[in-house]
Design a protein around this ligand. Structure first.
Ligand SMILES: C[S@@+](CC[C@H](N)C(=O)[O-])C[C@H]1O[C@@H](n2cnc3c(N)ncnc32)[C@H](O)[C@@H]1O
Length: 210
């Protein structure tokens, strides 16, 4: 993925940030030949910083893929806390379950196979942290479905909200760009929340309910 920052800046930031925890070795999507889909070291580190402060009990990870984001967060969780991770593709879910079991987190992370919106609808406990990183046309649906379920100090973290910088290309006809643009505009205009869009890697938006 081409960076949205100056050439070399992401590599510099990665070199001067905590490395991926050892439990993530081999989880970065390469076994499925799609390493570019994982959220990566900087986003994983940002999520762990949030978790250390927030001390969440329940995290929702929307978009499991190989389990990289779920494991990135699980390693920082306090005792007794859990991650529910949503994946529509059964093959990817199996790969993720294998990685999660090998890392010793099978009791902490539950991978739910099926459309994430169905998984979200079945969750009754308050969500302390939500990481949205699945199909872009559903970002607004994931936001709408999780907002009413948030615990008082919860955060929603959304990946890829600047989409390789193409988000500001007014001529883009890419359906993902158009969906992300509609999502970004809706969040910025929603009086129920406060948000900040960070130019980290591919764009990361943090949202809290006010
Ligand atoms: C970008 S990848 C997730 C990467 C992961 N969060 C990480 O950091 O390693 C997006 C994943 O969302 C899954 N996905 C797409 N549509 C979905 C849906 N409707 N419900 C659940 N998962 C979905 C895809 O199969 C894919 O594995």
């Amino acid at each position: 993925m081409p960076p949205i920052t100056l050439p070399g800046i992401d590599a510099y930031a990665e070199a001067h940030s905590a490395p991926d925890p050892a439990q993530l070795a081999g989880v970065a999507g390469n076994d499925l030949g799609m390493g570019h889909l994982v959220s990566g070291q900087l986003v994983g580190g940002l999520l762990r910083m949030i978790i250390h402060s927030l001390q969440p009990k329940l995290i929702l990870d929307i978009g499991t893929f190989t389990g990289y984001s779920a494991l990135s967060m699980a390693v920082a969780l306090p005792e007794g806390a859990r991650v529910i991770s949503c994946e529509i593709d059964p093959e990817r879910a199996e790969v993720a379950r294998k990685h999660i079991a090998e890392a010793g987190y099978a009791d902490v992370i539950s991978v739910r196979v099926g459309p994430a919106l169905d998984t979200i609808a079945a969750i009754e406990e308050p969500l302390d942290l939500v990481f949205i990183d699945a199909d872009k046309p559903n970002y607004h649906n994931y936001y709408s479905a999780t907002l009413p379920k948030l615990a008082p100090r919860a955060l929603i973290v959304c990946d890829n909200t600047l989409w390789r910088g193409e988000i500001i290309d007014a001529d883009s006809t890419d359906p993902d760009v158009q969906a992300l643009r509609r999502f970004n505009e809706a969040v910025a205009a929603d009086p129920r929340c406060e948000s900040v869009m960070l130019t980290v890697r591919d764009g990361v938006t943090l949202i809290r309910r006010v």
